[in-house]
Write a protein that binds this ligand. Structure first.
Ligand code: FE2
Length: 265
């Protein structure tokens, strides 16, 4: 095949059962609808939608139904993986999610394989990839060595904070990168969780984070705080030669009600 695959990554929607539910003063359903509307207006020929965790803030079935309804407006297959806020509803097993989101944790698209990992630790904000999940990743990369690979998870596998350790990032990044490094076909790793844009390259692999569809965080010397950036999503084009073209797209205005408190989170 010689086609490009276009994905849109949305993350950290933090929805409530109540569509008027607010996080830091922001109605999260309203900002998600605005971000989806933006994507609908500027994106053409989208192949897949990825939702990289923290879909719900209150873990209610109604919040997931709301997410599914809003993402269905894009009219494309949506794949999701869990974030730390999603642990009470195992997305992969929930009958609620079947038919709303695709339950598969990997899929093939053209010359690419897209692998979705579960990095949630029960009861923790920080993440960890289990032995089973690392073996699954290793096996998929081996089995599909002829495909370029995009690897997706919720937690950041690199420390993105200045001058300090990130206590809520992936706890076993060395185990993760040991698997990544042992295969020649991984082209990019993407995540959510950090509510901010990030791009770096490590041994030829692109490492990228995505803004939240609601509030944004800013790394500081003492922690993270609310950033006055607008909600958005990441466009990712997977080219047949293994290259990746990507751009973060954002709303033009800050969400109504945003409380820029300055407190450390
Ligand atoms: Fe998170």
């Amino acid at each position: 095949m010689n086609q490009s695959i276009k994905l849109l990554q949305f993350s950290d929607t933090h929805l409530f059962a109540d569509g008027d539910g607010r996080m830091k003063g922001v109605k999260t359903a309203v900002t998600l609808e605005a971000v989806v509307d933006l994507a609908k207006s500027v994106e053409h020929e989208v192949d897949y939608v990825l939702v990289t965790g923290d879909i719900s803030q209150d873990c209610t079935p109604a919040s997931y139904e709301l997410a599914a309804e809003i993402f269905s407006r894009l009219g494309r297959p949506a794949y999701t993986l869990p974030g730390n806020h999603d642990e009470d509803i195992p997305l992969k097993q929930s009958p609620l999610m079947s038919g709303l989101f695709n339950a598969e944790n990997h899929f093939l698209a053209g010359d690419w394989i897209v692998i979705l990992l579960d990095s949630v630790i029960h009861g923790m904000i920080a993440g960890r990839l289990s032995h089973d999940e690392l073996v699954r990743l290793d096996n998929l990369l081996k089995k599909h060595a002829d495909k370029h690979a995009l690897v997706c998870l919720h937690h950041n596998p690199v420390n993105m904070r200045p001058d300090r350790e990130d206590p809520v990032m992936l706890k076993n990044p060395d185990d993760f990168f040991a698997v990544i490094d042992s295969h020649a076909n991984v082209r990019a790793v993407i995540w959510g969780h950090v509510h901010q844009e990030h791009f770096e390259e490590r041994r030829g692999v692109r490492l990228m984070a995505c803004p939240s569809t609601c509030i944004q965080f800013k790394p500081t010397s003492t922690g993270v705080t609310i950033d006055e950036q607008t909600p958005g999503y990441r466009r990712i084009v997977l080219n047949a030669d293994g290259s990746v073209t990507t751009k973060v797209m954002r709303l033009s205005a800050l969400p109504e009600g945003l409380e820029v408190t300055g407190e450390d989170l």
